[in-house]
Design a binder for this molecule. Structure first.
Ligand SMILES: [Zn+2]
Length: 304
């Protein structure tokens, strides 16, 4: 039976309902890094749980939480929020190397590729921060230009962690096709198929041919900027991917945040409401909607 690892343990598939592959339940992005963020727990739960219950009533079943360690990941709170909201939440292992490296732990260069991979595999094997909660994917982020030596260490460590755990890799990159070619080359050299890798923020890419190329290689293309202001561009990309026979390599999400550093919300329900209506009105089918929002994220996050 295919399995996704949630914060409450393995979830056997199929799990009916919409699966959002790139959102943030909470984070302190923008603030100083911290290994253990002391959230105002009651305020957090009071704000986030009703919001997630509302998403559940719109048909959402599962959310991958992309807040990594040092930016506010708290697996214990995610487990509580999952239990109280009824939404399956998947957390991650990994480090975020973008934003000038300000969210990387000290001494990462000294650890080297295998040292970093060992730290991530230890979370898979023994749980995160003493909670026993296991990650369901690997999250990394690289800078906006060519890969730096640290970026290369993170990508190679993610590849080795994938080989030891079967976990999907998500890499924050955006409009950076050159870095994507480098990342895919590192994965290949490490013996990892591009199908284990997600091009995060791919909706920011200017040259659409690069998306087609990466999808043909087998990578997942994450259009995680679903927003009313981007409908035209996102629908154009979806039409292109459909024409190229690559709709089954695309993931849709909002990169929302239910509880940002200042406690405000970047919502993530539009895919389930207005976007869905527009998608169908544009001539796409219900089957294509469920491929993009149910089947594909399940395939991507299935362990192994
Ligand atoms: Zn994100």
């Amino acid at each position: 039976m295919p399995v996704v690892m949630s914060v409450t343990g393995p979830v056997e598939l199929p799990l009916p309902g919409i699966f959002l592959p790139h959102e943030h339940i909470m984070s302190v992005f923008g603030r100083e890094r911290s290994r253990w963020v002391d959230y105002d727990e009651e305020r957090l739960v009071a704000s986030v749980v009703p919001y997630l219950r509302g998403l559940g009533s719109l048909g959402c079943a599962a959310i991958a939480d992309c807040t990594s360690a040092w930016i506010g990941r708290r697996a214990d709170l995610l487990r509580r929020i999952s239990g109280e909201s009824g939404i399956a939440i998947i957390t991650n292992t990994g480090y975020y190397g973008a934003a000038g490296g300000r969210y990387l732990p000290e001494g990462i260069e000294a650890l080297g590729i295998d040292g970093v991979a060992d730290a991530w595999v230890a979370e898979w094997e023994g749980g995160i921060d003493g909670t026993g909660i296991r990650p369901g994917f690997i999250k990394t982020g690289v800078e906006d230009n060519r890969l730096s030596p640290t970026d290369r260490t993170l990508v190679a460590a993610a590849a080795r962690t994938h080989r030891r755990t079967g976990l999907l890799i998500q890499t924050h990159t955006g409009n950076n096709p050159l870095a994507v070619r480098e990342i895919l080359a590192i994965l290949r050299a490490e013996g990892v198929h591009p199908g284990a890798w997600v091009w995060v923020h791919a909706h920011l890419v200017q040259d659409q041919r690069q998306l087609v190329r990466a999808a043909r290689d087998g990578a997942w293309i994450s259009l995680d900027g679903i927003h009313p202001e981007r409908d035209e561009a996102n629908l154009a990309t979806l039409r292109l991917m459909k024409r190229e026979g690559l709709l089954d390599r695309v993931l849709l999400s909002h990169d929302g945040n239910a509880f940002t550093a200042d406690g405000s919300r970047r919502p993530f329900e539009y895919l389930l409401t207005g976007f869905r209506t527009k998608f169908i009105a544009e001539g796409f089918s219900e089957a294509e909607f469920s491929l993009l929002t149910e089947t594909s994220p399940r395939r991507a996050f299935t362990i192994g």
